[in-house]
Write a protein that binds this ligand. Structure first.
Ligand code: DOR
Ligand code: ZN
Length: 343
């Protein structure tokens, strides 16, 4: 199979940023995806339905003419989020989920949750309103090895959470380990996971190939090959609990190539092509459409998209850098080739 047509896909985990940075990256996503779950980790974070609505308007104004693209907004959970905000968010019709960052876990997470017990009232409201909780699943305990932080989070935080809130709908975002795959498989249908293209394509050796590679640094960090294999198996299993979320996270080149570089990999310029490459390499292209265009919509209780995208096996060169407002960013596979393209 060297060509495939699928229903227009969605990206269930995307960082669009704001202002000139948002305007620079938005066309890459719009060209490929009909909808995207837009992460709320702006500075300051998107913590209310009112802020989400304003952010959505800024995105809509920036859309290329005639783009049939819908930004699906999220709220950033803090220790101070009020249960009433969940009702407002649901009634707004534009907020589709709430994102839980443990404070300090990743980029712009300093306003995140310090103690989940502060949020029990909000979580009850989310159960009542059927509002999904999107989880950045890593502990922040500096005593825990950085490669174990997801696994430990599942044991210490997520298992008790899913057990306590028995109706809460949860997406474990950007899973990176065999343990996370097992966790999701062992939970009821209300618990699902997104998987990025970069975690399907790279293992942690990519961080140190010939030297330190800041453009392969993201959180959760890349893991061993055995974990990559587990993710491939999950993504290509046809199990609707696993669906596409690029976690495309643009950062200006100078903020990554520095003594304390930001976490995040930019993949939106090839947001569906990279998945086609990974699925084709595993001989599972026939499973791409479910993963990219159906299972996420089912989980979020949204209709399937109309229209389609055709992908063909045909190599194309990725530029060394991409304009990013007044800055530049280094995209995934910069200066190298991607094996699939949109036709
Ligand atoms: O690598 C990452 N980048 N992981 C995250 O969780 C956040 C993201 C970002 O916003 O840059
Ligand atoms: Zn993310």
């Amino acid at each position: 199979m060297n060509k495939i047509t699928i229903t227009r896909p969605d990206d269930w985990h995307l960082h669009l940023r704001d202002g000139e940075h948002m305007r620079a990256v938005l066309p890459d996503t719009v060209r490929r995806f009909a909808r995207a779950i837009v992460m709320p980790n702006l500075k300051p974070p998107v913590t209310t339905a009112a802020l989400a609505s304003q952010y959505r308007e800024r995105i809509r104004v920036a859309l290329p003419a005639g783009a049939g693209f819908e930004p699906l907004m999220t709220l950033y959970l803090t220790d101070n989020t009020r249960p009433e905000e969940i009702a407002k968010a649901r009634q707004s019709g534009i907020v589709h989920a709430v994102k839980y960052y443990p404070a300090g876990a990743t980029t712009h997470s300093d306003s995140g949750v310090t103690d989940l017990a502060c949020c029990y009232g909000v979580l009850e409201a989310m159960e009542a309103w059927g509002m999904p909780l999107l989880v950045h699943g890593e502990v922040t305990d500096p005593g825990v090895d950085v490669f174990d932080r997801e696994k430990v989070f599942l044991e210490r935080v997520l298992a008790p959470l899913v057990g306590r809130f028995t109706k809460l709908r949860v997406v474990v975002e950007h899973i990176t380990t065999r343990e996370a795959v097992r966790f999701v498989l062992a939970t009821p249908a209300r618990v699902a996971a997104t998987i990025t293209a970069h975690h399907l394509l790279l293992n942690r050796n990519a961080l140190f190939a010939g030297g330190v590679r800041p453009h392969h640094y993201c959180l959760p960090v890349l893991k061993r090959e055995e974990h990559r294999q587990a993710l491939i198996e999950a993504a290509m299993s046809g199990n609707p609990k696993f669906f596409l979320g690029t976690d495309s996270a643009p950062h200006a080149r100078h903020t990554k190539e520095t003594d304390c570089g930001c976490a995040g990999i930019y993949t939106a310029h090839a947001g569906i092509e990279l998945y086609a490459e990974a699925f084709a390499a595993a001989g599972a292209l026939d499973r791409l459409e479910g993963f990219a265009s159906r299972f996420g919509a089912d989980f979020y209780r949204l209709p399937y998209n109309r229209g389609s995208v055709t992908l063909a096996q045909d190599g194309w060169g990725v530029p060394d850098e991409i304009a990013f407002g007044g800055d530049k960013l280094v995209p995934f596979r910069a200066g190298a080739t991607i094996g699939w393209k949109i036709v």
